[in-house]
Design a protein around this ligand. Structure first.
Ligand code: WT7
Length: 654
């Protein structure tokens, strides 16, 4: 609540400097307004021209937007392209020797990969995948560390028209299994181990566990990248080393030309039910969103050194590492490590070393670095920086000011980018040479993105009121459906209650007198822990799968570094545990959740009771649980409660 209140009182405004404005891709509010005006007057013409200008088409499209099966919108549907061609091949004529990727390894050493070298690596691996029988439309799960080869694997899939599904390397075998099964993946690409913060973590062993007992019948091959010297057991006939797969493969591979609507990838994300949703993205519209935002929001210039610190396991790593920067021909840093190793100066040291100009990270990382070493940026030369970005959650103004002054030297605009796995690319963010910035606000929608804030009936709310954040016109990079679940797609994102035509983002927001958007939080049972999206139901399902647990309810509580922390209220099948017993079982349950989903979902705080607070009709009163989680007194009426005595028990964390 403290964070929200300080945001509401925030009134500092930072105009773009004359210098920044003079060189920006979109300059001044005149520039921004002109683009918005164009989009308002001729929406399809606006997007159609951008798609022609920015994308290299094998066969041009004749229709921009097809709304005949709304909300299953199609963009540029008869256009034919390949996104790997757009990311790499088209740069070879004049940028073959330009560095595409600076691989900043965990141990502090680095390696440069040119566009020519990237081309060859992608082609070899694409040919390797083909040799395994992977064809257009087949699904490939990628469960990799943050090495350039993860990008190579994604680009190789795209090159041959295979659909990748990247699973974050921090997820457990249970999560890998669910995703492999849902997408019926034919091949898994993994590594023997990942290396982060000086520590090796097994990945191949986790894949083995996901595949044991013949649980994933679709999987024919597992390709294993050798990141460390550690030997791993191989299953005869199924497993193959990456190096053996590419040995002897040609360094050229004709791209598979696909329709603009061909699915590029599936990426699972949490929603309000227990089962993660396979967000399915297109090729053409997705690429356009990535490129337009690189140009407008990141103000991309050919001599930039761009660094997005995300992992390719998340949408940010897809759009702003694997595709966007390559599509515009940028030089980018791909970082394998963690922000705090060898110390909390790692980011600043790497910015100095590679002369990074554009740096994009998450508020949670900024907060933890302030905590561990607020003065460390001063020890490095950060003068190469010209633009900073944040993503994943609202940034509190204190962290924003530190980022602006201490990291950016008061000279770099901060682009606070609001978007989602589902939107594919930035939706609300300042165009840094045009829009004045305010700490804590993602400011104004990108030109062509029709954002509104509405009430329960879908009607726009007055300026001063908060409401549901929606996008009222389809846009190119919007998800196309949920993999294998059109009905869930329609019900979740285009609900009938709002008229069936508005894209419901799942966030609440309000606008100030200048039309600036301030994100207030989620409207569903989704938590945002360190910028990672977690469904409370997902964690509850994991907990009740434990033989000791009868019932569980999960809520979030504010946390000064993570944004939100997971609190689990647990009812055991046996007696309510106390003392040492309670401690031991709580630890067991934490480990259990880490094993079922991943460490990121592990509850911070576990509380045991004889029951959960329920109404007489048996409904769990989550509102009360949220109050208890925060350690606040319950002052509201509890007379509808069946069992008020449990509230006392649930006050205490173990
Ligand atoms: C949710 C989407 C977009 C890539 C990372 C997260 C929250 C995201 C911001 C921001 C306030 C933000 C929203 C959104 N969120 N960016 N700049 N300000 N909130 O993607 O995992 O799909 O999560 O993250 O709640 O709905 P995601």
């Amino acid at each position: 609540m403290a964070a929200i209140e300080s945001v509401l009182k925030e009134n500092r405004v930072f105009e773009p400097s004359e210098d920044f404005k003079a060189h920006a891709n979109v300059s001044g509010m005149e520039g921004y307004n002109a683009l918005c005006e164009k989009a308002n007057q001729d929406y399809e013409g606006f997007w159609g021209e951008l798609a022609q200008e920015l994308i290299t088409w094998k066969k041009p499209f004749t229709q921009v937007l097809d709304e005949s099966r709304a909300p299953f919108y199609k963009w540029f549907a008869d256009g034919v392209l390949n996104i790997s061609y757009n990311s790499i091949d088209r740069h070879l004529a004049d940028k073959a020797n330009k560095t595409a990727i600076i691989y900043e390894k965990d141990d502090g050493s680095s390696e440069n990969i040119t566009y020519q070298q990237l081309y060859e690596r992608v082609c070899r691996f694409a040919n390797g995948l083909k040799s395994l029988g992977v064809q257009k439309g087949d699904r490939v799960v990628i469960y990799m560390p943050m090495v350039p080869d993860a990008v190579v694997a994604m680009q190789a899939c795209a090159r041959i028209g295979a659909i990748h599904s990247v699973v974050f390397g921090g997820f457990s075998s249970g999560a890998v299994k669910d995703r492999v099964q849902d997408a019926a993946a034919k091949v898994i690409v993994t590594a023997n181990e990942s290396v982060r913060g000086g520590k090796n973590t097994p990945l191949k062993a986790t894949v083995d566990e996901a595949l044991k007992d013949g649980d994933c019948t679709s999987v024919e091959k597992v390709v294993v990248f050798k990141r460390t010297a550690t030997e791993v057991p191989f299953t005869e006939g199924r497993d193959i080393w990456w190096d053996d797969l590419i040995a002897g493969q040609a360094a050229e591979c004709e791209p598979e030309w696909v329709d603009a609507e061909h699915p590029l990838f599936i990426l699972y994300t949490s929603g309000s039910t227990g089962k993660p949703k396979g967000v399915q993205h297109s090729t053409g519209g997705y690429l356009l969103g990535a490129m337009v935002s690189m140009k407008w929001v990141f103000d991309y210039k050919p001599d930039d050194v761009y660094w997005c610190t995300a992992d390719v396991g998340w949408i940010t790593g897809h759009t702003y590492i694997a595709y966007g920067p390559l599509a515009v021909g940028a030089t980018q840093v791909v970082f394998e490590g963690v922000p705090t190793y060898p110390d909390a100066g790692r980011f600043w040291q790497a910015i100095e070393k590679h002369k990074v100009t554009t740096f994009y990270t998450a508020p949670t990382a900024i907060r933890s670095l302030i905590k561990l070493g607020a003065d460390l940026p001063k020890q490095y030369d950060l003068s190469s920086l010209r633009l900073l970005g944040t993503v994943g959650e609202p940034i509190n103004p204190e962290a924003w000011m530190w980022y602006y002054e201490v990291v950016g030297g008061g000279r770099c605009p901060i682009v606070d980018t609001w978007w989602q796995t589902e939107t594919g690319s930035n939706m609300i963010a300042p165009l840094p040479g045009a829009v004045a910035i305010k700490p804590g606000s993602c400011t104004l929608p990108l030109p062509g993105i029709m954002v509104d804030i509405v009430d329960e009936s879908g009607a726009s709310v007055d300026q001063s009121n908060g409401g549901f954040l929606v996008i009222s016109r389809p846009f190119p990079s919007l998800l196309r459906t949920i993999w294998n679940d059109d009905a869930r797609f329609q019900a979740t994102y285009f609900p009938e209650e709002l008229g069936g035509k508005l894209y419901l983002a799942g966030d609440s927001a309000h606008r100030d007198e200048k039309g600036y958007v301030w994100i207030m939080g989620r409207i569903d049972d989704v938590l945002n822990v360190s910028g990672h999206r977690l469904g409370t139901m997902e964690i509850e399902s994991a907990l009740v799968a434990n033989p000791l647990v009868a019932e569980a309810a999960v809520v979030g509580k504010p946390h000064d570094v993570k944004g939100e922390a997971v609190v689990a209220f647990v009812i055991l099948k046996g007696d309510r545990p106390e003392g040492e017993d309670a401690k031991r079982i709580a630890q067991e349950l934490k480990t259990w959740v880490a094993h079922e989903i991943g460490k990121i979902a592990q509850p911070d705080d576990i509380r045991f009771g004889d029951n959960l607070p329920k109404t007489r009709s048996g409904k769990i009163m989550r509102r009360l649980l949220r109050t208890l989680a925060k350690g606040e007194e319950i002052t509201t009426d509890t007379s509808t409660l069946e069992n008020p005595q449990v509230l006392d028990q649930l006050k205490h964390s173990v």
